[in-house]
Ligand binder design. Structure first.
Ligand code: ATP
Ligand code: MG
Length: 286
C-alpha cells in the first residue's frame, strides 16, 4: 500500500528527460534484475517497438505507439515488488539508484503494465499489475501460478503521449546505445545482451526475418462449416459480403491492409476439384 500523489511526482520530473528516458530506465532495471539473479552470461533483454496499424504520414514506418521491455532477471519477488511500491525506494542506493526511475514512464506513456515471473521455493508465480495514476503505485495486482518455469519481467509501455520523431529501428538503437554506453564500459562488470526489434519483425522458421512494410498486403483464410449462425454473424456483425458462388464470404480491412475470406469446406473441395480438372485437361490427361 502506498499513498503518493503520483500525478505531482510525475509533474515534478525536471526537464532534460526525453521519451527515451523511460526505456533506458527500464533497460537499466532489467540489467540490475539479471545481475540480482546472477545469470549475466545468459542474461537477455528484448526491447520491442510497438506500432499502430496505420501510418498518418507517407513514411514507410508505421507510427510508434509504445514499447515492451522484457528480461530474464530475477522477477518481481516480494522484495522487488515492495521496492517498486515505495516512492524513492532505497533498494539500489549502493549502486547510486535514486528509487524514482519508473515514474519517468508515466511522463511519456499513458499506461504501464508489468507481468513478471518469480520463483518461490520450487514453484514459479506470476505477478501482474499496472502502475497507478492517482495515489497507489501498484494497481490491479494479481498473483497466479506461472506457466513459465523461467523468471523474468515484461513491462509494456502503451499509449505514447507525444509522437517520436525518429522512427526507424536503426535511429532508435543508436539513441539507446549512446545513452546506455556508460553501463557497458565498466570494466569490472559483465553485461547482458540487449536486443531491439520492431514488432513487425516476424521470423520464418529458419530464423530469417520477414520484412513487413506499411504497405505489405495480408491475405487471411478461414475454412469452416458455414452454418446459418456463422453466416448471420459474418453478414450482420462482421460486415462480410458473400462470394459470387455464395459458398464463402469476404471482407477487406483497408486500415490493416488485410483481405480475408471465410470459406466452407465444400467450396475448398469444389475449387480444388475444378483446378485439378483444368490442370489434367491442359496436360491432355482427361
Ligand atoms: N525488471 C525488473 N525486475 C525486477 N525488479 C524490478 C524491475 N524493474 C524495477 N524493479 C523493482 O522496482 C524498483 C523501482 O525501480 P525504479 O527504477 O523506479 O527505481 P530504482 O531502480 O531502485 O532506482 P533509479 O531511480 O535509480 O532507477 C527497483 O528498485 C526494483 O526493486
Ligand atoms: Mg531503476
Amino acid at each position: 500500500m502506498s499513498n503518493v500523489i503520483i500525478k505531482r511526482a510525475v509533474e515534478n520530473i525536471r526537464r532534460g528527460t526525453s521519451v527515451y528516458t523511460p526505456i533506458i530506465e527500464l533497460v537499466v532495471n532489467s540489467i540490475q534484475a539479471i545481475e540480482e539473479k546472477g545469470n549475466v552470461d545468459e542474461g537477455e533483454i528484448n526491447v520491442v517497438i510497438k506500432r499502430s496499424g496505420q501510418t498518418k504520414t507517407d513514411s514507410a514506418e508505421r507510427d510508434i505507439t509504445g514499447f515492451t521491455i522484457e528480461d530474464n532477471g530475477i522477477g518481481f519477488t516480494p522484495k522487488n515488488r515492495e521496492s517498486f511500491d515505495t516512492l524513492y525506494t532505497d533498494k539500489k542506493i549502493k549502486e547510486g539508484g535514486k528509487g524514482f526511475g519508473r515514474f519517468t514512464c508515466l511522463k511519456y506513456f499513458e499506461d504501464v503494465h508489468v507481468s513478471s515471473t518469480f520463483a518461490e521455493g520450487d514453484s514459479f508465480l506470476q505477478r501482474t499489475f499496472k502502475m497507478g495514476k492517482k495515489t497507489e503505485i501498484i494497481v490491479d495486482e494479481e498473483i497466479t501460478e506461472s506457466e513459465s518455469a523461467e523468471t523474468g519481467t515484461k513491462i509494456s509501455l502503451k499509449g505514447l503521449k507525444t509522437p517520436i520523431p525518429e522512427r526507424t529501428v536503426n535511429t532508435i538503437s543508436r539513441v539507446l546505445v549512446e545513452k546506455l554506453l556508460p553501463f557497458f564500459i565498466k570494466d569490472d562488470k559483465k553485461c547482458p545482451k540487449v536486443y531491439l526489434a520492431d514488432e513487425s519483425g516476424e521470423k520464418v522458421l529458419e530464423g530469417r526475418e520477414i520484412q513487413i512494410a506499411a504497405n505489405t498486403p495480408f491475405y487471411g483464410y478461414v475454412i469452416c462449416e458455414l452454418t446459418r449462425k456463422v453466416k448471420e454473424w459474418l453478414e450482420e456483425v462482421k460486415d462480410f459480403k458473400p462470394l459470387p458462388d455464395r459458398m464463402g464470404y469476404f471482407r477487406r480491412h483497408s486500415n490493416l491492409n488485410l483481405y480475408i475470406e471465410v470459406l466452407s469446406w465444400e467450396k475448398v473441395l469444389k475449387d480444388s476439384t475444378m483446378r485439378n480438372k483444368i490442370f489434367f485437361h491442359k496436360l491432355g490427361l482427361e
